[in-house]
Design a protein around this ligand. Structure first.
Ligand code: MLT
Length: 267
């Protein structure tokens, strides 16, 4: 399905009924990465997976957008679907978008799952890495981006044992518009530090991290768990940065239990 907002067209899927979960994908992927979650969790909940601007079937204008624009898109989707409040599930860049969303639209969040992400801004080396990756994407295209990103996205276990998953990730990155990659990189490089903001979050929060995630490692998950009042941490063994795809059953159980508890508490 599609909807128009802020001058662009965004694609999303909306499955199931009941408590709404909004699934926000990683860089440089798209909403298809949530397929195992949509299949399993839409039996109990309403799952809404959106292609962030620049990804999948959404428009990919080349401009100097910030992650606040991505958050505005998510809020516009909630408005479009007449959903007053939802649980946000953000993985990596999806987590950055969730944190941007929480700054402006915290009252629309019923709960938050921050998976394989971090609250700190980029280090100077991290920004330089983004600049270099942007030049690679611009000059050589997304094949080269896929070569660089694949080992950062999948853990050692998946790289060894799951060639099908590696192929899915590679193909998805190759299909991402170069403009989408460039805008993401600039937006992520400019995102503010959110560590102090974490203390102001009031909704129940689950922090998830793959044990083999070297892109946003356990130490980053610890920062979020320590700073967000009442947050809980779950570490997924034999998973890297894309923990939802690498260990989907474990990831689904964690989200299901978290959302069920939240629902029980609000009844
Ligand atoms: C992601 O998976 O969204 C990216 O690795 C995030 C990042 O580059 O900081």
């Amino acid at each position: 399905m599609f909807f128009d907002t802020n001058g662009i067209r965004l694609a999303y899927d909306d499955h199931g009924a009941g408590l709404p979960l909004v699934l926000l994908h990683a860089f440089p992927l798209n909403r298809s990465m949530w397929s195992p979650q949509v299949t399993a969790l839409s039996r109990q909940f309403r799952t809404i997976a959106v292609d962030l601007r620049g990804h999948g079937e959404s428009d990919a204008p080349l401009w100097n957008f910030s992650l606040d624009h991505y958050a505005d898109d998510v809020c516009a989707l909630l408005d479009h679907l007449a959903i007053p409040q939802a649980v946000l599930v953000g993985l990596s860049m999806g987590g950055y978008v969730s944190l941007a969303f929480s700054r402006t639209y915290g009252n629309r969040m019923m709960g938050l799952v921050l998976a394989d992400t971090r609250a700190q801004a980029d280090s100077p080396e991290g920004r330089t890495g983004r600049l270099n990756l942007a030049q690679t994407a611009y000059k050589q295209g997304t094949d080269a981006v896929a070569d660089i990103m694949l080992p950062k996205l999948l853990g050692a276990t998946s790289l060894r044992q799951n060639p099908q998953l590696a192929e899915y990730v590679r193909q998805t990155i190759r299909q991402t518009p170069v403009s989408g990659v460039l805008v993401d990189l600039m937006a992520m490089a400019d995102r503010p530090d959110s560590v102090a903001h974490l203390r102001t979050l009031t909704c129940p929060t689950l922090v998830v991290v793959g044990q083999e995630d070297h892109t946003t490692p356990l130490a980053d998950a610890h920062v979020m768990t320590t700073e967000i009042p009442g947050a809980r941490l779950a570490v997924i063994p034999a998973a890297g940065h894309l923990s939802n795809l690498e260990q989907p059953d474990v990831f689904n159980d964690l989200v299901r239990n978290f959302v069920e508890e939240l629902r029980a508490a609000s009844d």
